[in-house]
Design a binder for this molecule. Structure first.
Ligand SMILES: [Zn+2]
Length: 154
């Protein structure tokens, strides 16, 4: 057994998100819409040693199989993340996150006068120009966003 397996108890059913860059687990939960009011059992392991990433975080959501479109949005801040769907302690599905071409309602535009930032804002829409590194561009005002994306999560 590796150190990681020892630290993180296996779950019976649910979703394991592995290979999240160290320190980003809470932003991953935010993107997934998992907050303090959720009734799902969620385990977060932060800053585990990883040969690939240096330090990594792991998120386990019990009794919930996250859909691909919900999970792919986390590639915004965790482009190396892997998703494992668990049923009866077995991994029945494993895939890498893959950022969609359009991100709706997840990242706020940096331009304060953009129509997505007005008093009655329309939902933010970001085109994904490149995936690694992540470069987004606002559909409405063409303002690019390239770094500190986590600071602009809605
Ligand atoms: Zn904009």
């Amino acid at each position: 057994m590796t150190e990681v397996e020892l630290r993180v108890k296996p779950i019976k059913n649910g979703t394991v998100i592995d290979h999240i860059a160290g320190g980003q687990a809470l932003n991953v939960l935010k993107i997934l819409g998992i907050s303090g009011t959720t009734d799902a059992t969620v385990s977060v392991v932060m800053n585990v040693e990883s040969s690939k990433l240096g330090k990594k975080d792991i998120v386990k959501v019990e009794d919930r199989e996250l859909k691909e479109e919900e999970v792919n949005r986390i590639a915004l801040i965790a482009p190396d993340a892997t998703i494992n769907i668990i049923r009866d302690f077995l991994v029945i599905e494993k895939h890498l996150v893959d950022l969609p071409d359009l991100i709706i309602g997840v990242v706020r535009c940096q331009n304060p006068s953009c129509i997505s930032n007005t008093e009655e804002p329309i939902e933010s829409r970001m085109l994904v120009k490149t995936k690694n590194p992540v470069v987004l561009r606002c559909v409405y005002c063409e303002q690019p966003i390239t770094d500190r994306i986590a600071d602009y999560l809605i």
